[in-house]
Design a protein around this ligand. Structure first.
Ligand SMILES: [Zn+2]
Length: 288
């Protein structure tokens, strides 16, 4: 990606310190739930497991001895290269989506990118590196453990810098779905749906976010370098549900997919890239 001329976004925060491992209300909320379903024996078992795992249960009870994650706003000069690249991508998405919204007579409200390390706190509960990057609609923030990109290179075999752009632009895609009300509409439909139908709707959400990522890349004509498309496709392929399930030693079960197959993810990223038009990202009507 050619990002040298891109201005870094100023919409970011850095979380430091350990967040409560279970986040939000943490164990304080979880224990009564376990107690109501499995009785006090259930609670005792959970506490024993935590102690065996080396976790001090008291540190998980809301505010009881745990160090809350602290939010800082360092200057961009203090950030790592991957963080600065991420912010240049975010800045680029802000400019492209602001143009698209403006053409519709609307103003684009940008999301905030939160960097954390291993354990963080989000408006949607705990942020843990194992979860990968995610978007929290409740606080309109994207949570990113920057170690994830290193893991992507080694574990998923998807090197290059374009995957950083693709993943951040995908999370921005979820933000677009939130501010346009699409995400709300789908969540309501999911509440009425069976589990398989609910998963199918989730897949369509994810594929639309992939397509939106392609729209961003298509509109930033300075950005793409030779090889970027292939890098993006490799990343889309590497994180398809079927590929991940096979890598985990399981037979792919399409009904359990929540992000779409590798072929679907590549197809929708390509559709956004080739059209640059968000209206072409309607994954909800017609076949995917
Ligand atoms: Zn997603």
């Amino acid at each position: 990606m050619r990002l040298d001329d891109e201005q870094e976004s100023s919409h970011f925060e850095v979380q430091s310190g350990r967040g409560g491992g279970l986040g939000g209300g943490g164990l304080g909320m979880l224990l009564p739930l376990i107690g109501s379903r499995f009785g006090c024996g259930g609670i005792a078992v959970v506490l024993i497991i935590l102690v065996v795992m080396g976790v001090n249960p008291l540190s998980l009870v809301g505010g009881g001895g745990g160090q809350p994650a602290q939010t800082e706003r360092p200057s961009t000069g203090e950030l790592t290269d991957v963080q600065r690249t991420s912010l240049k991508v975010l800045g680029s998405t802000e400019r492209r989506w602001a143009d698209i919204f403006k053409a519709e007579g609307q103003q684009y409200p940008p999301p905030t990118l939160v960097f954390y390390s291993q354990n963080g706190q989000s408006g949607c509960g705990a942020a843990q590196s194992a979860m990968g990057p995610f978007y929290c609609p409740a606080d309109q923030r994207i949570y990113l453990d920057t170690d994830f990109f290193r893991e992507m290179e080694t574990r998923f075999n998807a090197p290059g810098d374009f995957p950083i752009g693709y993943i951040i632009a995908h999370e921005v895609g979820h933000h677009i779905q939130t501010v346009t009300g699409e995400a709300d509409r789908i969540r309501k439909a999911q509440q009425r749906a069976s589990e398989a139908e609910g998963n199918a709707l989730q897949v369509k959400m994810e594929l639309q976010a992939d397509c939106y990522a392609g729209v961003w890349a298509a509109r930033d004509t300075n950005l793409m370098e030779p090889g970027d498309l292939e890098e993006g496709m490799r990343a889309a392929e590497a994180i398809g549900d079927d590929t991940l399930q096979k890598a985990a030693g399981r037979r792919p079960v399409p009904e359990s997919f929540t992000h779409g197959s590798s072929a679907q993810r590549m197809q929708w990223l390509r559709k956004g890239l080739s059209t640059g038009d968000p209206d072409q990202c309607d994954t909800f009507n017609g076949a995917i």
